[in-house]
Design a protein around this ligand. Structure first.
Ligand code: AMP
Length: 280
């Protein structure tokens, strides 16, 4: 396994691989890898000749009052996990390598990124789409793999890939969860034992809403209220609970087509998101 730090070296290596007719599978991450990331890496391994995992905590997607400085990092164990998964290349550039002091170009999706997390994290998706565009140009993947855990992000990336004609196939995989339902997330490492227990409420609340939907409840506001009251009862601070159209991410009144039920909460100071799909 090679660890590449330089953007130019990454691009040169990718160009060479493509000239040799090798397909490239790409998993972008911010590191602190867990089973969710590993599911994406396994799929990349099955899809392509060469597997590239990027590890880069992208400062551009963090707001000024967000957790960039305290975002969990564990580079050595990330490398070990990548080795175990037969990753070919770990691309781990520095901030300076990605953003020169004169950096002044951004990629912005303007519709799907407006609601949900976009409303509470101004500039977040612009940071995500800009870094993903750069990474696509450096890694030159045939296929790139993302998680449904970040459902809005996956849709925004699909959209920029189509709108800007990146020659990349985008795959999204289901959320990997702890036995009690909590979605795996690098940020879970920051939870105290007590917060970790309360965080399990997130999935329990989503599952309760699914039960209601399965029993015939079609009113999106009723489903949202069910989730919200369970979260608040567990002392979680709700940022949003929203039922949105699965494709357009627009708010819906009635669950009469595939929707996503998405939440963002704060558990103490840690912000967590999760979502499930409901298909009537
Ligand atoms: P991150 O390192 O959190 O930026 O995530 C990198 C990629 O892993 C993104 O495509 C995420 O959607 C995906 N991911 C994160 N958590 C999970 C999970 N629990 N299950 C599946 N994919 C995940």
């Amino acid at each position: 396994m090679r660890v590449i730090r330089s953007a130019a070296e990454m691009q040169k290596t990718a160009l060479q691989a493509r000239r040799e007719g090798k397909s490239i599978g790409f998993v972008p991450t911010m590191g602190c890898l867990h089973e969710g990331h590993i599911s994406l890496i396994r799929r990349a391994r099955a899809e392509a000749d060469l597997v590239v995992v990027s590890i880069f905590v992208n400062p551009l997607q963090f707001g000024p009052r967000e957790d960039l400085a305290t975002y969990p990092r564990d580079f050595e164990s990330d490398l070990e996990l990548c080795r175990q998964q037969m990753v070919d290349i770990v691309f781990a550039p520095s901030e300076a390598e990605m953003y020169s002091s004169e950096f002044s170009t951004y990629v912005e999706e303007t519709v799907l990124s407006r609601g949900l997390c976009g409303r509470f994290r101004p500039g977040h998706f612009r940071g995500v789409t800009t870094v993903v565009a750069k990474l696509f140009n450096l890694v030159l993947p045939d296929v790139a793999i993302f998680g449904e855990k970040d459902a809005q992000q996956a849709r925004v990336i699909r959209r920029i890939t189509r709108d800007l004609n990146f020659p990349v196939r985008i795959l999204t995989l289901p959320t990997v969860r702890e036995p009690d339902g909590l979605a795996l997330s690098s940020r879970n490492r920051r939870l105290s034992a007590e917060e970790r227990q309360r965080a399990a409420t997130i999935y329990q609340a989503l599952a309760a809403a699914r039960e209601l939907a399965n029993a015939g409840e079609r009113n999106a506001r009723v489903l949202e209220q069910e989730v919200r009251s369970r979260l608040e009862k567990a002392g979680l601070k709700v940022e949003y609970v929203e039922v949105v159209d699965e494709a357009s991410l627009e708010s819906v009144e009635t669950v009469n087509r595939p929707v996503i039920l998405a939440v963002a909460v704060k558990v103490g100071t840690t912000r967590l998101i999760d979502n499930i799909q409901l298909d009537p």
